[in-house]
Design a protein around this ligand. Structure first.
Ligand SMILES: *[C@@H]1O[C@H](CO)[C@@H](O)[C@H](O)[C@H]1NC(C)=O
Ligand SMILES: *[C@@H]1O[C@H](CO)[C@@H](O)[C@H](O)[C@H]1NC(C)=O
Ligand SMILES: [Ca+2]
Ligand SMILES: [Ca+2]
Length: 373
């Protein structure tokens, strides 16, 4: 049985389309390993008429550590960037991504209404990318130095996945998102208290910072003398030098039976087996790096990009595209630890989703890039 939900969150007086996802209930057994999904149905938010029939690539199809990623770190760039009077530099190491053409998007979209296609030739200039998602500790360093207050802190709440909350806390929350009851607006949830009052990040300083809005991410990157990646830069980075592959490591979700990303195993949203080792976020660099030496490009935390959201893309080749000049939502990429194929097949490099810039949630973070000096 298939059905679909498009979720609109009421964030103050703004109606925020947070998810527009296909529910696929009653997966045939073995479908998880077949890498095939066919989605049909309709809804009110433009995500109707989903059809998909992706061929499976079998066999070992892994391209990781093609060469030692460490060779790609630019010592020079990392040191140079460190000069900007940021003492005790705990910003992420940067990995050099050489300028190149690559194929962005796909002609075989997993979720067509998301604007994953068409596949198009895109040039990106050389850029340095942080090797992992910005961590709680790094964000804490930024807050300590700058006194920055995040939007979730100013608003007084943020969205938390209900399975992470105690029954006691859940009992105090009446408002929920109709079509996505697993998202609860929790008063006092913020980056340093990810599940609200009583929770803390003290035992997850090396996890991605969460509950940060697009503006918060911008502020961190600016402070770090860096910036958010464009969607094109992010996708080029995700692909790790591979062409036409679903994931940063190839086409097979579980090469040699191994997990290459922190995703969801089990029946969403009620059963999370944590087969990959984590039911929540994981420490950064817990899973193998891609061919460029970048970690968790898919899974763990969704990552904000600089671009405004649109689902319309020209098939013509472009150089350093930056997305539309304006919009209401920003693009996020990579999926999160909450993504399961049955409802959020978005842990692919071509996949994309969006949120209003002031949105924050317990599965959304970011990383920055730096331009060559
Ligand atoms: C930030 O400040 C707090 C309180 O002084 C301190 O406990 C924490 O270690 C600091 N974090 C970083 C990353 O400097
Ligand atoms: C962050 O959340 C904690 C716990 O709910 C709360 O006590 C604190 O005031 C919040 N931070 C800010 C700056 O609002
Ligand atoms: Ca997991
Ligand atoms: Ca990620």
């Amino acid at each position: 049985m298939l059905f679909k939900s498009c979720i609109f969150l009421l964030y103050f007086h703004v109606s925020v389309p947070v998810h527009c996802e296909t529910e696929h209930v009653g997966l045939a057994s073995g479908s998880e390993s077949s890498d095939q999904v066919t989605e049909t149905g309709s809804s009110s938010c433009g995500c109707d008429a989903l059809k998909r029939d992706v061929g499976v690539v079998v066999g070992e199809d892994v391209s990781m550590h093609a060469e030692d990623p460490a060779e790609k770190y630019s010592k020079g760039a990392n040191e140079e960037m460190g000069e900007h009077s940021i003492e005790h530099d705990i910003r992420s190491k940067l990995v050099l991504l050489e300028s190149s053409w690559f194929f962005m998007g796909t002609d075989d979209p997993g979720i067509p209404p998301d604007g994953e296609g068409p596949q198009r030739r895109v040039w990106v200039d050389s850029v340095y990318m942080e090797e992992h998602e910005v961590t709680n500790q790094q964000f804490q360093h930024f807050v300590n130095q700058s006194g920055y207050v995040t939007e979730a802190e100013r608003f007084g709440d943020s969205f938390v996945f209900e399975e992470l909350l105690t029954e006691e806390l859940k009992g105090t929350i009446s408002q929920a998102v109709a079509a996505a009851p697993w998202w609860l607006p929790v008063k006092g949830a913020n980056w340093s208290h990810p599940e609200g009052p009583g929770s803390s990040i003290s035992n997850r300083l090396d996890h991605p910072v969460l509950h940060v809005s697009w503006k918060d991410a911008q502020a961190y990157c600016k402070w770090a003398k860096r910036r958010l990646p464009t969607e094109a830069e992010w996708e080029y980075a995700c692909r790790g030098g591979l062409q036409d592959r679903l994931y940063p490591w190839g086409n097979k979700l579980l090469p040699r039976g191994q997990h290459y990303a922190n995703l969801w195993q089990g029946d969403f949203p009620t059963e999370n087996t944590g087969e990959d080792g984590y039911i929540n976020s994981s420490p950064v660099m817990s899973f193998p790096a891609n061919g460029f030496g970048l970690y968790e490009m898919v899974g763990n935390a969704w990552e904000w990009t600089a671009d405004w959201w649109t689902v319309h893309h020209t098939p013509e080749e472009k150089r350093n595209p930056t997305g539309p000049a304006s919009g209401s939502d920003r693009v996020k990429k990579g999926g999160s630890y909450m993504c399961h194929k049955s409802y959020c097949y978005r842990y692919r490099c071509a996949a994309r989703s969006q949120n209003t810039p002031d949105s924050s949630a317990s599965n959304l973070g970011f990383r920055c890039v730096a331009d060559p000096a």
